[in-house]
Design a binder for this molecule. Sequence first.
Ligand SMILES: [Zn+2]
Length: 362
Amino acid sequence: MQKRRFFSVALLLLVTFFSLGCTEETLEARIERLHKKMFTIDTHNDYSMWLENPDGDYGVKGGQVSFQQMHDGGLDAAFFAAYQDQGPIDPEFHRFAREYADTLILLLKQYAEQNSELGAIATSIKEMKALKKAGKVSLFLSIENACCLGDSLPLVKYYYDQGVRMIGLTHNGNNAIADAGTTKIKLHGGLSDFGKAVIAEMNRLGIVVDLSHASRDATLQAVQVSKTPIIASHSCAFAVRELSRNLSDEEIIAIAETGGVVHLALDAWLLRYGPDFSAASLDDFMKHLHYIIDLVGIDHVGVGSDFDGGGGLVDCKDMSKYHNLTKRLIEEGFSDEDIIKIWGGNFLRVFEEVERYAAEQR
Ligand SMILES: [Zn+2]
């Protein structure tokens, strides 16, 4: 009897040992499990300008963004920007910028309709979660350079009603709202009074404030004005790559103190020094990621590729290659919890707060 019990226990131990060995998760299985479980969000791309003019020469690569590539790379949601180049601050240009932004938004909506078996426009976290459940990706509308607002506050509501849920205040030129990071002459010393009113209106309606491209003063003032956390949708750290377009430590800390997030671009120009920009890789991306995490913590970093607008790395060249980024995070020892935060958990926290504040105002 004793002997039989001994053999039973030995057999049980043996089975447990082998089953544990067999269930040890491979790297590929962990990547797949994570992408199934977490919400992955990329906060910036410039696909819309290629839709408007597929043969355009923008000095940057295209073909990096599509619903199919999002599926292939395990990306659940992306903000697709309606971008406008900055012109003079006058009524004629404002009219043009608005018409152009409206055209891009219309084209993005048409794209979503034409590819409805793969994805759809989303305007809330609830809609995004429902789309993931249905096996589809989410297209969020955003604006890069709010010159389409001209100097008209009611247009913020007009774009909210169009479905826009994020607005980047500037591009590489000053506008009626704020100064840009890359201009030599600053017009407003940061935000204009109109710019402050625009942020208040975005807060009221439930639009995420995006400060990529804005000047240092504009960023630091926006942090004070905004009632909700703010983000940079596609920026990197100035301390790693000195460029006025990148964020200073002071700006990163200020954004983090609002509860906001810095979404790192996969953009060679922002990530590294030249001349060999074509060699930019996830190695460069990780330097910025570690730097910002060391400065403000894991709760304030995310991903904003800038694909189709200057983004693209040798080992992560378009949206279909996003598993490589997850793989790299795992290899560098990030926990599942950290990876979930970087890939979208942090942004969802911001977006929830933006939605909650707007709901309170109604
Ligand atoms: Zn940009």
